[in-house]
Design a protein around this ligand. Sequence first.
Ligand code: AMP
Ligand code: MG
Length: 659
Amino acid sequence: MRNRQVAEGWITDFLASETKAGRRVLAGFDFAFGYPKGFGKALTGTGDPFAIWDWFEERVQDDPKSNNRFDLAGEINAAFAGIGPFWGNGLQRDIPHLPRKGLDREAHGMTEKRAAEACTKGAFPVWQLSGAGAVGSQVIMGLPMLARLRRSFGEKITIWPFEPLTTPIALVEIWPSLIAKSIAATQPAGQIKDAHQVQVMAETLSALPAKDLTLLLDVPANEEGWILGLGHEDLLMQSALSASLPPPLKNDCFAMPQGANWTPVDDALEHLRKELSSVVATQEILIKDAAGRILAANVQAARSHPPAPNAAVDGYGFAGPAPEGINRMPLVDGRAAAGAPFAGTVPAGHAIRILTGANLPQGVDTVVLQEDVSVTATQVSFHGPIKQGSNARKAGEDMEAGQIILKAGRKLTPADLGTLAATGVGAVRVYDQLRVGILSTGDELREPGDDASDGQIFDANRPMLAALVAQWGYSVVDLGRAPDNRDRLRTILNKAAERCDVILSSGGASAGDEDHMSALLKDTGSFALWRIAMKPGRPLAMGQWQGKPVFGLPGNPVAAMVCALVFAAPALRVMAGGDWRNPTRYMVPAAFTKSKKEGRREYLRARIKDGMAEVFPSEGSGRVSGLSWATGVVELDDPAQKVAPGDPVAFLPFHSFDA
Ligand code: AMP
Ligand code: MG
């Protein structure tokens, strides 16, 4: 919201519509509701905290471009002995009685902090009006708004802790920093810190069991006000964490029974499906921001679609059916259009002009297409028969109010936003965007565009995997390149664990001398080396670093890409809160010949030409360009087989791996 005026309008409307709907609201405001003891008496002559609210409300002038808060503070100071208590003139011009520095104050007689601030670390006193972290101006500018809310909601509103909370609307003072420490790690990439704190605070309070909320609210009435939750930080932080975070994955979630044989692809997938679950918190967002996000709860239609019977075409409405032969009907005066319904009743045997989307007037259940009639000023005629209900849509024929239209776990498509909007759903609960760290490992790697010797290669995996992950709708955290050095890799992983939910690395995943990813994960006790019966392959190094799942993909770009599609796509989707997905397989005739041996699955870079699947001429796994040539892969199942041109094979488009 651009400014306080807009915000105040929104809050007022919101409180009004919530109370009208019969719901109760606990609204938290992040500024002090009162001043240190004695200030009210000095300013207004009474100890009533609301007298301060009204005092400011009468005098504060506030518009989006300017306000009089510094002058007002100067005026208040003038009425006090000594210098102060307000300070922090943030303007160029000097203001009488308003010092620029806190230390310039003296003998004003006021306590520096409220009791509430005195027992917190990092809370600023209400006297300081400017400078980083200052809150004094927010109080002066905020109280008049609270005074107006109080006046306009009268009997329906009470203010904590000044009054017992007995009304549908309760205003409380909150301080989102109370839970800042416990939720810093759950902040979604790119989200503003305050927004995250406020969101989690709101969700925490609303999820709090009644007995805990009662405990938080149990504060004696006093003129200074109090911060909700102060003194109960542990309880609050605990609930903030559990309200916002799902249970962690088991440390051994990647442990697979290790036989002498290589693991079939399907067994590995089944293992991921069984062991993985969502690792992210949830939030409510507007549907306009929800494309690609994953629903955290089932969504019901807010109302039926269409809400009332209406016309599917432009034409003439009447009570059907119309018998065979020529029908002539006198026209009713007026018309029915979308958004402009016809209020009267259409008598039997009459017709009315009606346009697409218009609600059917009383007496109308059938519409004849305007192309099929001849019409005069007073009469319409057309050939029957026309069945009752023709060209008319029934109320709720698309969706019924209350019906579940989209299920939790669904990744929202553009069409879904249309469906949600059509039934009046404006906001949905979704999972926070999964933060996926992308890391390349290897001493030989250089950044594309930089100089490189013959012994060095350019890092192809990082941009490729990052783009893939972004395409799946997750937020990419670029972890850069790690050299083949265990300590450096450890440091990188430590940092990554703080800001990622999952880490996708490539290279160093086998069991060789320079395979440091495997070596480090081994020390955590969560490591599993997955030898999967597939081509292109090489082992996957699976494990957790400080509780964050790590997928160690092969270094070879073709193998890295195919393993990312086959394993990371479904795994990330589940960890992001989504449902398990198998890629769509299209059976198409092969345009190639191939004979493969038994015991492993093969993925061939492929594309469709003239309705047939052709494959990249070389199966060499170093041929990155083949990935660009292809639009998907042909999947050849585990048993031995000979494929001849025309034989049906499974084609899996790249985009179907997370569709
Ligand atoms: P590694 O799994 O580390 O033994 O790497 C296997 C092969 O993939 C080696 O030839 C590496 O040079 C190559 N490779 C590893 N990482 C990348 C990368 N990010 N981009 C291109 N090639 C890579
Ligand atoms: Mg390497």
